[in-house]
Write a protein that binds this ligand. Sequence first.
Ligand SMILES: N=[N+]=NCCCCNC(=O)[C@@H]1[C@H]2[C@H](O)[C@@H](O)[C@H](O)[C@@H](CO)[C@@H]12
Length: 453
Amino acid sequence: MNEQAPEMPTDSPPSGFLWGAATSSYQIEGSPLADGAGPSIWHRFAHTPGRVLNGDTGDIACDHYRRWREDVTLMASLGLNAYRFSVAWGRILPEGTGRVNQPGLDFYRHLVDALLEQGIEPMLTLYHWDLPEALDARGGWASDASPGWFADYARILYRALGDRVRLWITLNEPWVITAGGYLFGDLAPGHRSQSETPIVAHNLLRAHAAALASGRAEGIERIGLAVNLEPQYPASPLADDIAATARRDAFINRWFLDPVFFGRYPAEMEAIFGTAWPEYSASELDALRAPPDFIGVNYYSRSVVRADPTEQPVGARRVRQDARPHTAMDWEVYPQGLTHILAWIQGRYGNPPVYITENGAAFDDPPPVAGRLHDRQRVAYLRSHLRAASRALRRGVDLRGYFAWSLLDNFEWSYGYAKRFGLVRVDPVDRQRLIKDSGRFYRDAIRRYEGRA
Ligand SMILES: N=[N+]=NCCCCNC(=O)[C@@H]1[C@H]2[C@H](O)[C@@H](O)[C@H](O)[C@@H](CO)[C@@H]12
């Protein structure tokens, strides 16, 4: 058996299924201030000593801002029929509001046109963490004005690209934006405030609702929300561990989806944040109800949970499953969790359309040999998770597509370039692209699934 051949069930996916790869602006583009762009909070954060491993920044990254034509050709050679990317807000509105920077709009219009010419469906994420620095100086996502800023920015893009982009995502991972940027402080803007955190989360939900409404007004029909979801499993049947697992499930998985689908927060949130949890009126909560046309699921791993009062604010911690394989991020490889979380969405939120908008793994890749890079662990990860997605399809989940994270090795936030998720290697010195075995595997899997193998 050819070890690269995908051992996957032969049941083919629904017609029109999207096979893509995903990236984000700050992680791949480089040239953060080119052609009139304004700096983002990640430009400042990365240039702040001690914030990013090895002092890495996104100043060059994958140099995609200049190599985007080459990268579109690369996507076509992989047989992708879709590509998920994000727009850098500061390229469009250097000050975050007000004056539009036409060269920024032109960059994304050229990219979209090149994708369409290759038969690749663009999926545009409006916000993937790179808030304009000028808006952070005005309070950022903690500001009551932030939903309006976001809706105005979204409207400019809907009007500029709405005739050629059919799939839109408002926010990428509001949980990570909130927890990483405002609670734990490992991501930009690097705050550590229990009182600020629920306010930021509420403003992000208001911003999603405002961008959805402004999209509807512009006739945009398919607007989603991308969330990182991580199934939580109790470490024991002890009541304390069961309760801790429910709290962590609310904190990670239901904090944002329940408001947009039900117009209410999970009951556990008040217990988690205590007096820092604001009082909300019925109308404030109902204003959060803004069900997306699809859910983007970013799946990486699961957690096995034990109660731990020292781990605040949830009073729960992840228990490492030492006997199981882990990625270079120390995340357990657990493909079953993908099937479980997709079935959970199906049951809880009424079987909405779903795209797996991110799934992949960082491993310490071996060096290339004779023009090949044998990333066996990543091939195994992809194979097992594509099979897990196939099992969800068999259970009737309305799964519309799969986007591998990531197309390219790129800037992995506070880890810099030390963690590599790409199907394609990017040389740290000259940024030359080299398709890894995982990229070849994915290409062959697409052909087989689409019956072209
Ligand atoms: N324990 N544990 N488990 C998993 C926790 C996942 C939270 N991080 C993400 O989802 C980020 C998402 C981001 O969109 C992308 O920009 C990042 O590059 C990838 C890789 O890090 C993922």
